[in-house]
Each structure stands twice: as structure tokens, then as C-alpha cells.
Design a protein around this ligand. Structure first.
Ligand code: ATP
Length: 359
């Protein structure tokens, strides 16, 4: 039976890499009934919102989505559609594997990192007070009364909530993930010395939960020190567990370590739904030119296939990508080549078919 999957091509390079991923999923021999849903800039223009209800309804039906990036305008009143999607569907865990790939020259080799990012809380909760607004004026007054806190009149404010329940579920998820995938250690990044009551909750809740998972090594480190470790001795790290904002930043750092944003996939998982999307954004500088690297999106599709129980197909896609990269076949500009998105996608699709035949 065909899998029903919501496909959100998204903005910028999204539609181009979405086409590439579709081609490779077809080549992997998996039957899919794609429910294509427009979200992002086009939807905003036509329907007044970048994330219309029909997109969420589609995912509630299919339970699984493959999603391209959606642009979030900087500094405007618009809430990020990516963040809204994660919150609406309670996709509390982002899983972002960053692995060294053959034929990609990087400073470090043999890296095999996984970022697990809490996806719903922290500074991404959307609790914001605009500079000069009446609501912020009232908040400033309350804070002054409550604790003598002074916020400058010309400040804007974003609130950072981190809860015990929100932390507990991501910590359990991370340990279960480590066990299932035979991962030896989890390193938690925090800044609990400065943000005692938000990062502090994350750190202490995780420490308590770790007691139940003695078979997985658990360590905590301040996130600035983690950044240093990542650029000096990343091979000593394994699974990284982070609150939302640090997880976002460290994901891009890890992508850089293994060859760039064009290579790193991601999954957003909750109890009921799963949305697979690359770590990269819409890359407006490349949009419409047919030059984006499709690997991050294709790898995201492979994670989706594994999630759907199509492990042979997922494995073939992974082998197809590695074959194309190691044989120095077509490469996009970010990898030093001149191939188009389509040429690279077709090469990976062919290599995927060959990987299936060779089984
Ligand atoms: P957004 O605002 O949607 O997050 P952005 O341009 O700020 O988009 P990204 O899209 O994540 O951020 O990427 C930053 C840069 O990395 C891009 O401008 C592009 O040059 C490069 N990049 C990202 N993804 C790819 C890709 N798939 N292939 C090649 N280069 C990429």
C-alpha cells in the first residue's frame, strides 16, 4: 500500500530540492501518495498566512511530512511558520545527524554527531513584547514591582520559559534514541550559571532523568565550552542534547564541520506526527537557479523512509548518496562542482537503483 505523505515544497530553493527528493524516493521503489501543500511566501500572498490550516490538516491525516524550508522575514511581526508548525503539531524533538561523508574534504574526518534539540520551548516560545508597546510598559511595571528589575524603556523583550515536563520528555527521547541507535554518550549544553531558572531547569531535570539510564554516558557542559570542543575535538562528541536556541546554532555549526548546510538532514518528531526537513533555510541567494545541493533534502527523505519502516529503501538512498560523492560524480557549487540540482538528483537516483539491485 502507498504511504500517504504531505509534501511541503516551501520557499526559495525548497521546491527545487523537494523535486530532487521525490525523484530519489521514486527510485528507491517506495510507493507514495504525495499530498502537496503550499506553505510560505506563496500561501501568505494568496491566503494571508504562511501556514494555512489545510497544511496542518493534511499532516494530521498523513502523520508524516517532507518539508522544504520556509522563509521567515527578519524583524517583522510575522511568526515563523517553521516554529508554528513544530508547536502546533507538538513536534518536540529535532534530530539532526551530522556525519562525515566520503569525498567531502573537511578539517575533521570520521565525525558522527547527532544534535537533539528541544523544539517547542525556550526563546522560541513566541512570547515577545515589542519595544514601546503598552503590553511591555505593563510588564516593565510588574517586573519593577515584583523584584525591582529594571528594563530600559527602549528595550524589546523575549521570554525564555523552560519547563520540567518539556525537558523531561526531550531528555527521555534523547536517552531512548541513544539506546536504540547504540550511541555511547550524551553531552548536554547549557548556560545554567547565568540563566539559573530556565537553563537550570533543563540541566537539573536532565541530571535526574539520567539516573534511569546508567548504560549511556551523560555529561553536561556549558554551551560556550561545547562550541570550543566542537571546533577543536569534535571526534570526542556523540549525541548533543540542547535547548531550542543553542540547538539551532549548534546544528549549523555541526553542518559546517561535515561540509556545509547542503548536506545535513533533520527530523522533527512528536508523539503523533513526524516532519522531515533539511537543517538549511530557503537560501534566497540560490533560489530559482537550479544550483542548490539536494543532498540535505534527500537525506531528510531517507530519514523519513526509515521512520516509515522502509529501511531497505532508506539504506539504498544513503548508499546512493555516498556512491555519488565518493566517485567524484556530479557535484553542486557548494561542494566545488558545477552540476545542477537536477543532474545531481538524477545521479543519486541512479545510484540508489543500483544500490537496490546490488542487495
Ligand atoms: P532562511 O532565512 O530561510 O533561514 P538563509 O539564507 O538565512 O535562509 P540558509 O538558507 O540556511 O539561510 O543558508 C545560508 C546559506 O547557505 C545560503 O545563503 C546558501 O548560500 C547556503 N546554502 C544553504 N542551503 C544550501 C544548499 N542546499 N545548497 C547549497 N548551498 C546552500
Amino acid at each position: 500500500m502507498a504511504h500517504l505523505i504531505t509534501l511541503i515544497p516551501g520557499d526559495g530553493i525548497g521546491p527545487e530540492v523537494a523535486d530532487a527528493a521525490r525523484l530519489v524516493v521514486d527510485a528507491a521503489g517506495v510507493e507514495v501518495d504525495w499530498d502537496v501543500q503550499e506553505a510560505g511566501a506563496g500561501a501568505l500572498e494568496r491566503e494571508g498566512t504562511p501556514l494555512p490550516g489545510r497544511v496542518l490538516d493534511s499532516i494530521r491525516r498523513s502523520r508524516t511530512a517532507l518539508k522544504g524550508p520556509i522563509t521567515t522575514p527578519v524583524g517583522t511581526g510575522f511568526r515563523s511558520a517553521n516554529v508554528a508548525l513544530r508547536q502546533e503539531l507538538d513536534l518536540f524533538a529535532a534530530v539532526r545527524p551530522a556525519r562525515s561523508l566520503p569525498g567531502i574534504a573537511t578539517r575533521f574526518t570520521n565525525l558522527d554527531l547527532v544534535v537533539i534539540r528541544e523544539n517547542t520551548e525556550d526563546l522560541y516560545s513566541g512570547i515577545e513584547f515589542e519595544r514601546g508597546s503598552e503590553a511591555l510598559e505593563r510588564l516593565r511595571g510588574e517586573l519593577r514591582d515584583l523584584g525591582g528589575f529594571q528594563i530600559r524603556e527602549d528595550a524589546g523583550v523575549t521570554v525564555k520559559p523552560i519547563s520540567v515536563s518539556g525537558t523531561r520528555r526531550i531528555v527521555r527521547f534523547a536517552f531512548e534514541f541513544a539506546r536504540r541507535n547504540r550511541r555511547g554518550s550524551i553531552t548536554l549544553g547549557h548556560k545554567a550559571n547565568i540563566m539559573k531558572f530556565s537553563d537550570g531547569v533543563f540541566l537539573y531535570t536532565a541530571g535526574a532523568e539520567a539516573e534511569f539510564y546508567r548504560d549511556v554516558w551523560f555529561e553536561e557542559v556549558q554551551v560556550d565550552e561545547l562550541a570550543l570542543h566542537l571546533v577543536t575535538e569534535p571526534e570526542t562528541l556523540d549525541v548533543l542534547l540542547l535547548p531550542n536556541l543553542y540547538g539551532d546554532i549548534v546544528s549549523d555549526l555541526c553542518a559546517g564541520l561535515v561540509g556545509g548546510l547542503g548536506l545535513v538532514p533533520g527530523a522533527n518528531l512528536g508523539w503523533e506526527y513526524a516532519v522531515f526537513e533539511p537543517v538549511h533555510g530557503s537560501a534566497p541567494d540560490l533560489a530559482g537557479k537550479g544550483v542548490a545541493n539536494p543532498i540535505a533534502m534527500i537525506e531528510s527523505a531517507a530519514m523519513m523512509l526509515a521512520h516509515l519502516g522502509e529501511s531497505a529503501a532508506a539504506g539504498a538512498v544513503g548508499r546512493g548518496i555516498r556512491a555519488v560523492l565518493s566517485e567524484g560524480m556530479p557535484r553542486t557549487g557548494d561542494l566545488g562542482g558545477t552540476a545542477s540540482t537536477g543532474v545531481m538528483a538524477r545521479a543519486i537516483a541512479r545510484a540508489t537503483e543500483q544500490a537496490l539491485e546490488a542487495r
